[in-house]
Design a binder for this molecule. Structure first.
Ligand SMILES: *Cc1c(COP(=O)(O)O)cnc(C)c1O
Length: 330
């Protein structure tokens, strides 16, 4: 994120940031720290970024050169339409910065087909790799912009200045810039080999399947999802804390699951603090074993918190999804 903003935003630039969760908010900070002026389009937390608002805002601010948005908002579980947002930005001559930290390998992300200009991800989400690396991809238009910076060489971050890093990445004369973390790079390579062996499309459908099974179990317990089905991320399941929970009590359930079941459930953040639980089903953790044991743990613990559930209902609902899918494939 930081590399994209410090290189693409020059002091005084107008930048649109679409904010529908924590990470859109982090983009705003990056614009400001790069000396730009953030024009923020807010959408409700749990809803996707609204393409109509983007078009309207670009019409009102023709000076905008950059649009930032988060493809998969990990704080809410909502997926935005990266393809449409990118094509609207391009109609107005702006380049996009797309946060694909949680989307990469969990849901389709077609960087070239959708013509996304700058996109970054993380090694530790659906790639299930060690944390610390952030793969990035920049279009030719991004590189041209960086090379044409008015204040050339004045990217405020020496470490991330692409004008220096590009020489290090260069195919012919490679100029030393920093020491690459090769241990982490070997780990990233292996995680990508594993993904290739599974098949990228297969990884997307695996995330979809386990989400469907988990959803069936959650709904069988009478719990509800935050995000509407059309924009729901399979790898980040935001489930509403029942209204019957007194303030602060939901944290006790999370603590219990961590202490007794070694299961860490994400808390709600910002306006959703105390209102949702976030169940990650990412990468290698997105498995039948984890779905079933999580539903089992919830079935055991929820009654103590006043939620009446019948033993076995959630597991049966999930199992029905798995059996239907197996039948379809047979
Ligand atoms: C996790 C996450 C980040 C931040 O990743 P770090 O490696 O913790 O810096 C940024 N954006 C999104 C959407 C994320 O889910």
């Amino acid at each position: 994120m930081e590399s994209s903003f410090v290189n693409m935003v020059e002091p005084g630039d107008d930048v649109i940031v679409m904010r529908n969760g924590v990470f859109g908010g982090r983009m705003v900070e990056n614009v400001q720290r790069s000396g730009g002026r953030a024009i923020v389009i807010d959408d409700e937390w749990g809803a996707p970024c609204d393409p109509h608002k983007l078009r309207e805002t670009l019409q009102r601010h023709p000076s905008v050169r950059t649009v930032g948005f988060v493809h998969a908002e990990t704080s809410t579980g909502a997926e935005s339409d990266a393809k449409t947002l990118t094509s609207i930005a391009h109609e107005f001559g702006a380049l996009v910065i797309c946060d694909a930290v949680t989307s990469l390998a969990g849901v389709p992300l077609l960087v070239d087909d959708w013509a996304i200009d700058a996109v970054y991800s993380g090694s530790q989400k659906c790639l299930s790799c060690v944390p610390g690396l952030s793969p990035v991809s920049y279009s030719d238009a991004v590189i041209d912009r960086v090379k044409a910076r008015k204040d050339k060489a004045q990217v405020q971050s020496w470490f991330m200045d692409l004008n220096l890093v590009l020489d290090y990445w260069g195919e012919t004369a490679r100029t030393y810039h920093h020491t690459a973390p090769i241990n982490s790079l070997f780990a990233l390579h292996e995680s990508l080999v594993m993904l290739q062996e599974e098949g990228l499309e297969q990884a997307w459908s695996r995330h979809r399947l386990h989400h469907e099974a988990f959803k069936a179990g959650i709904e069988a317990m009478g719990l509800e999802f935050l995000v509407n089905p059309a924009n729901r991320l399979p790898q980040m399941n935001a489930v509403k804390v029942p209204a019957s929970f007194a303030p602060g009590v939901e944290a006790q359930l999370r603590k219990r699951l961590l202490a007794d079941y070694s299961m860490e459930i994400g808390a709600g953040l910002g306006p959703l603090a105390g209102k949702i639980w976030r169940f990650g089903l990412m990468g290698q953790s997105c498995s039948r074993a984890n779905v079933m044991s999580c539903l089992g743990a919830l079935t055991c613990e929820l009654p103590e918190f006043g939620v009446q559930v019948k033993m076995g209902d959630a597991e049966q609902a999930a199992l029905d999804v798995y059996n239907r899918a197996a039948h379809q494939h047979a």
